[in-house]
Design a protein around this ligand. Structure first.
Ligand SMILES: Cc1cc2nc3c(=O)[nH]c(=O)nc-3n(C[C@H](O)[C@H](O)[C@H](O)COP(=O)(O)OP(=O)(O)OC[C@H]3O[C@@H](n4cnc5c(N)ncnc54)[C@H](O)[C@@H]3O)c2cc1C
Length: 386
């Protein structure tokens, strides 16, 4: 058992760390304040191959895996979470469903552009009437046998990367029929951006992740060819459960990065800030806070790497992914709160990175399955069936 990164992953970590400090850190605050999507930074990430990290080289990917993706996400989120979630959603939710479930033609059509970051994909699961209870999907897709097209109607909300200038597709879940027991049969369908009847609302005004793109989407008699079905008809529910299990590892890595970023900023600030004639770092109360923050970031890292290593090796990872997501998001919120406290009044000023980290931390307990949903999954894996 070895929890150290391989030399290749350590190289990747250093490269992304350097990029985050040299390219992202100086610019991202302004994008965040303006609630603007940072196209130039995303383009650069595309050139570095980050959007293709876990995909095969034959489709333009880097031939890596979820460990590589997690390492990159952690380093980005140490500096900024809007950038990290743009990568996470682009890879785990945009491109991964096509990689895992797409036909050869769908992979050839979409993956090369998604891998270079020239195009972003999105995943539309959540609806205004329910996110945790995703089986309650109301969006419908009916196959028009005369034209051999799906006709989609419904609304999706909170969809990341769905309305940028470079968004090329949204994979949506929709009810395509009923099972013999009357339960809805859900399928996933690829809807290219710009399809008539597919409307993308203005970006939400959010508490955090302000340099990332999140929108409501509506579908009114949207017609796409029958071959835009992703995977098997009626398997959409099972497919997105797998996508979300994997995505939780990525979110856990991102949350670990935010938690570590809070430690980085707090160590720096505590050594600089003077009170009562000495640096605040000389107080044991501050030292203990930071020591606890470091402990939490460290255990969060072990948890996501363990879940990722299981996934990569083909072992079961559902429970470990839920544990990692639950733990790392809790830790991210804890560390963001303490980092702000250590910064005093300056921690409440948006020009300080910890203010952004505080605002960005809360969503980690909500997106890609709330903390309650993670507990439900863990309990179920322990055989505690309600
Ligand atoms: C910025 C942002 C980006 C997002 N990006 C995407 C995206 O790209 N694609 C996408 O499909 N979705 C996306 N989401 C949606 C996100 O995944 C959902 O918001 C989340 O899953 C929770 O769903 P909900 O908001 O409907 O809350 P609800 O499901 O209504 O839950 C409300 C509260 O009730 C609790 N609850 C629900 N059921 C139970 C239960 N059985 N037991 C105990 N407690 C329960 C929940 O934990 C929560 O605290 C995004 C959300 C945000 C805010």
């Amino acid at each position: 058992m070895d929890y150290r990164l391989s030399p290749e992953l350590e190289d990747l970590r250093r490269t992304v760390e350097e990029f985050a400090h040299e390219v992202v850190a100086p610019k991202i605050g302004d994008f965040y304040e303006r609630h603007e999507f940072p196209y130039e930074i995303v383009r650069e990430m595309g050139r570095m191959g980050l959007f293709g990290l876990p995909f095969p080289e034959e489709y333009g990917g880097m031939g890596g895996d979820y460990l590589a993706l997690g390492v990159a996400l952690e380093e980005l989120a140490r500096v900024d979470s809007s950038i990290a979630i743009t990568l996470e959603a682009g890879v785990s939710l945009g491109a991964m469903p096509i990689h895992l479930y797409g036909t050869e033609a769908q992979k050839q059509e979409w993956l090369p552009r998604l891998c270079t970051g020239e195009m972003l994909g999105a995943f539309g699961l959540t609806e205004p009437d329910g996110g945790s209870d995703a089986g309650a999907t109301r969006t419908t897709a009916r196959l028009d046998s005369a034209t051999n097209e799906w006709v989609i109607n419904g609304t999706k909300c909170f969809i990341t990367n769905s309305g940028t200038d470079i968004t090329g597709l949204v994979t949506v879940t929709a009810v395509t029929g009923r099972k013999p027991d009357g339960r809805p049969q859900i399928s996933s369908i690829i809807v290219p951006s710009g399809t008539p009847g597919f409307t993308v609302a203005a970006p939400y005004s959010k508490v955090g992740w302000n340099a990332s793109d999140t929108r409501e989407l509506s579908f009114t008699d949207v017609r796409v060819p029958a071959e835009n079905l992703l995977g098997e008809e009626g398997r959409g529910y099972a497919q997105f459960l797998r996508i979300l299990d994997e995505g939780r590892i990525a979110i856990a890595a991102l949350a670990t990065g935010l938690a570590q970023g809070c430690v980085d900023e707090s160590v720096k600030y505590a050594k600089e800030r003077q009170a009562f004639g000495k640096p605040i770092a000389a107080n044991q109360a501050i030292q203990f806070k930071i020591a606890d923050m470091e402990m939490k970031a460290h255990t969060a890292r072990l948890a996501w790497r363990d879940a990722a290593a299981r996934l990569v090796s083909g072992a079961a990872f559902k429970k470990e992914a839920a544990l990692a997501k639950l733990h790392s998001s809790t830790v991210a919120v804890d560390n963001a709160r303490e980092a702000t406290q250590i910064h005093g009044g300056y921690g409440f000023m948006n020009e300080y990175p910890v203010a952004r980290m505080w605002r960005d931390s809360k969503i980690l307990e909500i997106g890609e399955g709330t903390s309650e949903v993670q507990r439900m999954l863990i309990a179920r894996e322990l055989g505690l069936v309600g």
